[in-house]
Ligand binder design. Structure first.
Ligand code: HAM
Length: 503
């Protein structure tokens, strides 16, 4: 576009006309009768004939280009090698279109959490390394992004939110109102081997309940996960929530005389059964003093397919059986039993779980875990505090997007505004700015066109932004305290007093 080709609604008589109002303090003057005129998009406003007028220097593209060029010369930047524009391996950039999707997803996470009466918290992404150093040989510890800061402190980028939550609960101490229901959506870092849905940074939605010892907490957490799946259009045919209880494995280990202090390590090793050969698992167990015969017992228990079978193996007094039975009973009450499946092979690779454990999986079995969680009643004690019953889950932002994509139900949220405001003359820019301010104060989303543009461009632009209205600030209407408003859905336009622009 030639910068000299500016569009103005009325004749040149208004060029450089004194601005009747400025800034946000706009008051209407007499307007021409606001007769409704049916027009097609792209048609000019009534009496708005395109006119040519010289562009002010500041709005000329070519002079802006020249400034950039000379700035480049002055800083000696010409000829230097271009930086690598890709983000570090395993991390993501979020362009506006990606942010729209991310905001939609986080909005769904937050809406579900709030619907369940949970309050949001956050903590720094950078934490003390000691928060994540556990000696159970977990993958998460091996994948830690840790380093020494300039003050020689060992720090780490959080790989998960649970230890930070525990730290916050300990910090509050007796002042903490229990039970507490908290949620968070935060970025986590793990030096992972990258596969579909696993990256080196991801965002995790967490919901945790503090101070509730019964499986009522887990049942509520699972209900929230199901509510989320339903909101985004997934069904019990797409997704399964596999549930077990660490007490199953604990009972089996007790039979084989495995000492309590080795239990967390045993869980972490057994969790690898689907990732490494049995011999390797036996080797790792032997290395911590667990006899190979234990593996037979463990595998036998992991192969069970119903809580009834489990009852037959562990006996009716078993805590694992009682807790699982109660959980399924509650699930029935909530109405989400179809989504659950008892699966003792779910052990979870994190050392701190003490009771119920669960994982969300796609039924087709194509993807990694969608989410996972469970009960961890001893984490606060492990941090030197007073033990407190806790249960929660983590739900990543990566696998769910893959699944929604596969199912063809991933939304593509658009960038939209309510109004596009276009000054049709450089001299009317202050007036247009004031109108934008007035509309924004009224809560409307307003795109103010900042450069001299042709009418055709303005229409296309407003259409692209899904605007409901295009407001043309032209000299003669402005003289009367009015602007031309084009209703883009109804293909109508009328002259509206400024005071009536925002409801
Ligand atoms: P987690 O199973 O390690 O549990 O992670 C939870 C979820 O975070 C996974 O199911 C997955 O959706 C996502 N996730 C984990 N690592 C990655 C990765 N490298 N790339 C993409 N997504 C990933 C925990 O973190 C526990 N702290 C959850 C919890 C909260 N338990 C109790 N409260």
């Amino acid at each position: 576009m030639l910068p000299s080709q500016l569009l103005r609604p009325t004749g040149a008589q208004h060029q450089g006309a004194r601005q009747p109002f400025s800034g946000g303090a706009l008051a209407p003057r007499r307007c021409v009768d606001g007769a409704r005129v049916r027009r097609s998009p792209g048609a000019a406003a009534p009496g708005a004939s395109p006119a040519v007028s010289p562009a002010p220097k500041s709005e000329s593209r070519s002079s802006a280009g020249k400034i950039a060029e000379s700035a480049g010369k002055a800083s000696g930047s010409r000829g230097s090698a271009m930086i690598d524009t890709q983000p570090p391996r395993g991390t993501r950039d979020f362009f506006p279109e990606d942010m729209r999707l991310r905001n939609w997803l986080f909005g769904e996470f937050a809406a579900v959490s709030q619907g369940f009466g949970f309050e949001q918290f956050d903590a720094p992404v950078l934490e003390s390394e000691e928060l994540f150093v556990r000696k159970a040989g977990e993958e998460i510890t091996e994948q830690l992004y840790n380093f020494e800061d300039k003050g020689q402190r060992r720090v780490a980028l959080r790989p998960e939110l649970t230890p930070s939550l525990a730290r916050l609960v300990l910090q509050k101490g007796k002042a903490m109102q229990l039970p507490a229901k908290w949620f968070a959506i935060g970025q986590c870092w793990r030096y992972e081997r990258m596969t579909r849905g696993r990256r080196r940074e991801h965002y995790q939605w967490n919901m945790d309940v503090v101070g509730v010892p019964g499986v009522e907490a887990e049942a509520e957490l699972l209900a929230a996960i199901v509510a989320f799946f339903e909101r985004v259009g997934l069904t019990a045919e797409d997704v399964v929530l596999k549930v077990s209880n660490r007490k199953v494995l604990q009972a089996v280990c007790a039979r084989y005389g495995v000492p309590d202090e080795s239990f967390a390590r045993v869980c972490v090793i057994v969790d690898k059964l689907d990732k490494m050969p049995r011999e390797k698992v036996e080797e790792e167990l032997a290395a911590i003093g667990v006899p190979p015969a234990t593996v037979d017992g463990v595998l036998g228990a992991l192969g069970l397919r119903s809580v009834e079978e489990l009852g037959a193996l562990l006996g009716p007094e078993s805590e694992a059986v009682a807790e699982l039975g109660r959980l399924f009973e509650l699930a029935e009450g909530y109405g989400y039993k179809d989504w659950l499946s008892f699966d003792p092979s779910v052990v979870r690779g994190l050392a701190y779980y003490t009771g119920t454990v669960f994982e969300g999986r796609d039924r087709a079995g194509k993807l990694r875990a969608i989410c996972g969680g469970g009960r961890y009643d001893r984490l606060l004690a492990a941090f030197g505090g007073e033990a407190q019953p806790m249960a929660g889950f983590g739900f990543g932002d990566a696998v769910i997007v893959e699944l929604l994509k596969d199912k063809g139900i991933l939304p593509a949220p658009a960038h939209t505004v309510d109004d596009v405001v276009v000054p049709l003359d450089a001299a009317l820019r202050p007036a247009a700015s004031g109108i934008a301010t007035r509309l924004r104060r009224a809560g409307r989303r307003v795109d103010l066109v900042l450069e001299a543009k042709k009418m055709k461009w303005a229409f296309k632009h407003a259409e692209k932004l899904g605007a409901k209205r295009l407001l043309l600030v032209g000299a003669s209407e402005w003289e009367r305290g009015c602007v031309v408003v084009k209703d883009l859905a109804a293909f109508e336009q009328k002259e509206v007093p400024v005071a009536e622009l925002a409801p």
